[in-house]
Design a binder for this molecule. Structure first.
Ligand code: FAD
Ligand code: NA7
Length: 592
């Protein structure tokens, strides 16, 4: 029989399939000659359904379940998936539960713990796919008592306030530039911290509200309570008044994120703040010491300096560990040229209060990592940014049997974000060895829900994830650092092309000549494929996003060379890279 083309035929076929699913405990759509179908039929001890017009059935099943391949298994009206998923369900016991009709005995199909980037994406997608879903989100106040609304780190104490405050700082630079372009305004320009904080926090409030509405619209049950496992399928939820409620679910997704780490030295929790406090600080922090030298430290130190504050960054070893060190140092040099002080190779040992206030005065004692030297300094605010700990130690994972890496509290998962306990999954920042970025958590959460409830097989791809560090001169990257490329492929097998450049908009104000920099790392053994992309300059996120897509398409140096640039832009530098690092050639740029 030819495939069914018209709409009436299609809807008849759909209802025929639905009827089969609804009226049989087990249905295995199959092809008679398929060995995987035979394997599944043997496991289920159930005969196969092999329609004559198999192609039409397969097309319709694709539409209904997202799965085209056979076998396509349904048990008690629930779509199980293909051979692998059925065998997996047999292994983890969920197949037997489905056969016994036990799935209906849980309160929810899915409970998501953590309403941040990953948890919200996953819970909404699962609800869209018709599942009964609950998401629990609860913010434990910081030692300073700071707390916030629904949406997790990114919205409340991460990407969003950080980028808005970075923008505030950039406007300061733009104002200085503006005079050179002929704008005339009063010489005394001041920044008002309270106005910025209120505006940023009002915007965050609108996002918190938007998330609540979105959950309600999609029928996700949102509960503002702290969740912890008490049994593998049961959690206890404690709300802020201490009231305990218990819920069960067939499946769980852990998305509890991370919180800032403290130093464990006298005075840290009493007198210092972290990024969790900074963005809603009710007063201007004043002279600030930032402790730590990664991402969060450099971004916060960068925008505070851009607001005109006296900022010192205490660096234990290197800047931006894990990132390309050539780029990290260039970003750091630019900060230093613009007034940020770096105290290199020191670690704090004690923080004391000299005077209480908003801000008060603090004394910090630090010691050299190389000698016995002890130094002291006075600051209004000390911001600790020495990494973040996964929120996995107080959620009863031992009661559920979920394995955690005891060294860092991270959760190991397979390539389907499944923990060692088959019905418990994990996504986002708590995963071991994965990117700690909002879009990564969102993508993982969405795709997980589709695999669980739509028969999809698409997995989250953690390779070539583009990212940007919003230092005063922004740094965007995708793929490998130069160090990692050398480690993986050997110095002789890679070629690095690079160039300094001077954005046109910097020329009239006469700033930062030949400070911006672009670099690509190519694999000579693979057609000069670009395996590392690095950009230091304005709008790094916007520039890097597009090249990230090109790298997903496995762009080569030749393809970049044959791409016509957009003039006058910064990104065009990547279409004209000629000088190799190994040649030692001149990379300064003059004119276009
Ligand atoms: P989160 O968003 O942290 O959400 C976890 C939620 O679970 C939180 O609300 C938490 O309170 C809650 N929770 C924890 N335990 C429980 C429990 N037992 N019961 C109930 N609820 C619980 N990423 C970017 O992509 N771009 C950026 O520019 C960027 N900037 C950042 C700047 C800063 C200062 C920081 C700190 C992070 C930044 N990130 C950025 C990282 C980004 O915020 C995270 O990768 C992302 O939020 C991770 O999402 P998640 O779902 O794993 O966890
Ligand atoms: P990271 O990336 O874990 O970096 C931690 C930084 O803090 C790093 O520079 C460390 O130096 C430094 N550090 C760690 N412990 C100490 C002590 N005891 N004293 C001084 N300095 C210390 O953390 P971030 O907070 O920047 O970012 C975490 C994630 O949050 C990030 O991936 C984003 O997605 C958001 P080291 O290099 O180890 O010497």
């Amino acid at each position: 029989m030819p495939p069914i083309e018209n709409d009436t035929g299609k809807s008849e076929l759909k209802s025929r399939i639905q009827q089969l699913i609804d009226s049989n405990q087990v249905v295995v759509f199959s092809k008679s000659y398929c060995p995987y179908c035979v394997k599944v039929s043997f496991r289920l001890q159930h005969s196969l359904f092999c329609p004559e017009d198999g192609t039409s059935y397969q097309d319709m099943l694709l539409e209904m379940t997202g799965q085209k391949t056979v076998p396509n298994v349904f048990i008690n009206k629930t779509h199980v998936g293909g051979c692998d998923k059925t065998m997996q369900a047999h292994k983890d016991g969920s197949l037997q539960q489905l056969l016994n009709g036990e799935n209906e005995s849980y309160d929810y199909d899915l409970i998501v713990i953590g309403g941040g980037s990953g948890g919200l994406a996953c819970s909404k997608e699962a609800a869209i796919l018709g599942k009964k879903v609950m998401v629990l989100d609860y913010v434990v106040p910081t030692p300073k008592g700071t707390t916030w609304g629904l949406g997790g780190t990114c919205v409340n104490v991460g990407c969003i306030p950080k980028k808005l405050m970075h923008q505030t700082a950039m406007l300061g630079t733009a104002m200085q530039d503006a005079r050179k372009f002929g704008w005339e305004f009063e010489e005394t320009v001041k920044h008002n911290w309270e106005t910025m904080r209120t505006a940023v926090n009002n915007y965050i409030g609108s996002l918190n509200w938007g998330y609540r509405v979105a959950l309600r619209d999609k029928n996700v049950n949102y509960v503002n309570a702290y969740a912890e496992f008490i049994e593998p399928h049961k959690i206890k939820a404690t709300n802020k008044r201490g009231k305990e409620t218990f819920y069960t679910a067939a499946k769980f997704v852990l998305a509890t994120g991370e919180r800032p780490r403290y130093l464990g030295i006298p005075g840290d929790k009493e007198y210092c703040i972290t990024s969790d406090d900074l963005f809603s600080l009710p007063y201007c922090p004043g002279k600030t010491l930032v402790i730590g030298a990664s991402y969060v430290a450099l971004e916060c130190g960068g925008f505070l300096a851009g607001l005109g504050l006296d900022v010192t960054i205490m660096v234990r070893s290197i800047l931006l560990r894990g990132f390309d060190q050539d780029m990290a140092n260039r970003a750091g040099e630019h900060m230093e040229e613009h007034g940020v002080k770096f105290l290199r190779k020191y670690v704090p040992i004690k923080v004391e209060e000299l005077e209480a206030g908003t801000p008060g005065r603090l004394k910090v004692t630090a010691k050299s990592t190389e000698t016995d030297e002890i130094i002291e300094g006075e600051y209004n605010t000390v911001l600790i940014a020495v990494g973040r700990d996964a929120c996995t130690d107080k959620i009863g994972l031992d009661k559920a049997g979920v394995k955690v890496n005891s060294k860092n509290g991270k959760i190991p998962v397979n390539d389907e974000e499944q923990t060692n306990v088959p019905h418990i999954y994990a996504i986002g920042d708590i995963l071991e060895g994965k990117w700690e970025l909002t879009p990564v958590a969102i993508q993982a959460g969405k795709l997980l829900a589709r695999r669980l409830y739509r028969g999809s097989t698409l997995k989250c791809d953690y390779i070539n994830v583009p990212t940007t560090v919003f230092t005063p001169l922004e740094y965007g990257s995708c793929g490998l650092s130069e160090e990692r490329a050398i480690e993986l492929y050997g110095q002789d097998n890679i070629e690095v092309f690079h160039s300094l450049f001077w954005p046109l908009e910097f020329t009239v104000p006469g700033r930062d000549n030949n400070r911006c920099y672009g670099k690509i790392i190519c694999n000579k053994l693979d057609d000069d494929r670009v395996i590392g992309f690095h950009y230091l300059g304005p709008n790094a996120g916007e520039v890097t996003q597009g090249f990230g897509a090109a790298m997903k398409c496995r762009v080569t140096k030749e393809q970049l060379d044959s791409t016509i640039g957009i003039h006058p832009t910064c990104a065009e530098v990547f279409t004209t890279l000629e000088v190799t690092k190994s040649s030692g050639g001149d990379i300064t740029q003059a004119g276009c």
